[in-house]
Design a protein around this ligand. Structure first.
Ligand code: KG4
Ligand code: ZN
Length: 328
């Protein structure tokens, strides 16, 4: 089977071709226009998707070596995400599916992030615990099988990616904040400042990052550039607080479920220090997607789309966007 995947849930316009579990092409175009605003402007994001979607889909088809008429189905992100950007992708996908008279498969973006792990790790088996860390979500899932997901915990306020993005804004770094903080944090001391790790009690599997962000804000209010502590030290310490919190919660979830395997997924999973810390701390099998499949991409959509198609799952053409779609 050959499936085209389309992803437009936020500020990446992405398309990919998957055939029999293999990714034949994966084209991602990130919208740099948002950098000057320090965050994604939904209206601009929708217009950018409209401008480039046709080109990106055509490139994905060309790159894969297949022809448009070879497609068996189109998979497209239904949610969660920004309603306008999701609508752009879904409208495009519906038009193409109607024109080619092939099935269309709405995809849950969160489920696709989790399944990106199978792209890099063919030997990954169910069950496993997944730490899903993106710009909009921070959740712990007990993944027993496809379609068998149990939520163990989630953030009560900001997502981990959001904590990185907001922290970067306070430090006057660029957007997206995660890679910026990681970059300068490499030259800093993660122990320079003891930022709070909000653990919400001994057994909690939930997260909270808003206190950490406020703590950084207060720290910067009284920060003097002539201090011996550098901006690199502050970034490294802030990043360490996020990483420690995520690692402790994942460890608790693994203990609670007695799992032998765990994975991380989503944009924040591309953080090298997070990957390293989790691998070192947890005494079980730890998997993560290759870097290109952590942040938003079309490969995870086409890959999951093909799996759904093989299960006989597709949809009527009249499905709508689901900006708040959850996994269960
Ligand atoms: O999964 P993703 O691409 O989009 C959503 O579904 O939200 O995640 C984007 C988030 C952003 O908040 C970004 O700052 C964060 O992932 N991110 C990182 C890194 N690369 C991206 N956070 C920490 N370290 C990174 N290297
Ligand atoms: Zn995402």
């Amino acid at each position: 089977m050959i499936v085209l995947g389309i992803e437009t849930s936020c500020d990446e316009t992405a398309a990919s071709i998957c055939s029999n579990g293999e990714i034949l092409s994966n084209i991602v175009s990130s919208q740099h226009v948002h950098k000057k605003f320090g965050g994604v402007i939904p209206e601009i994001a929708s217009r950018e998707h409209e401008k480039y979607l046709n080109v990106i889909v055509n490139s994905a088809i060309e790159d894969s070596g297949i022809k448009l008429l070879d497609l068996d189905a189109i998979a497209v992100t239904q949610g969660p995400g920004l309603s306008g950007t999701l609508l752009t992708g879904i409208s495009f996908a519906k038009g193409l599916a109607l024109g080619l008279n092939i099935p269309i498969i709405p995809i849950n973006h969160l489920e696709a992030h989790i399944f990106a792990n199978f792209l890099s790790e063919k030997n990954l088996n169910f069950p496993f615990v997944c730490l899903l860390v993106s710009g909009g979500h921070t959740q712990l899932w007990n993944v027993k099988n496809i379609d068998e997901y149990y939520l163990l915990g989630e953030t009560l306020d900001d997502a981990a990616g959001e904590a990185f993005d907001k922290g970067a804004r306070i430090l006057k770094l660029g957007y997206p904040g995660g890679p910026e903080i990681e970059k300068i944090g490499k030259n800093g001391d993660p122990k320079a400042i003891d930022f709070p790790r909000s653990l919400l009690g001994k057994k909690s599997l939930d997260f909270s990052f808003s206190g950490l962000k406020t703590s950084l804000l207060y720290y910067m209010d009284s920060y003097d550039k002539n201090d011996s502590v550098t901006i690199n030290d502050i970034a490294a310490s802030y990043q360490q607080a996020i990483i420690d919190t995520l690692t402790i919660k994942l460890e608790r979830a693994v203990e609670f479920t007695k799992s032998k395997n765990c994975v991380i997924a989503g944009g924040v999973a591309s953080n090298t220090q997070l990957r390293f810390t989790i691998k070192n701390k947890l005494g079980i099998n730890v998997y993560y997607p290759s870097m290109k499949y952590c942040t938003d991409n079309g490969a995870m959509i086409s890959f999951l789309g093909e799996i759904k198609l093989s299960q006989g799952i597709n949809s009527e053409i009249n499905f709508s966007v689901e900006p708040n779609l959850s996994l269960v």
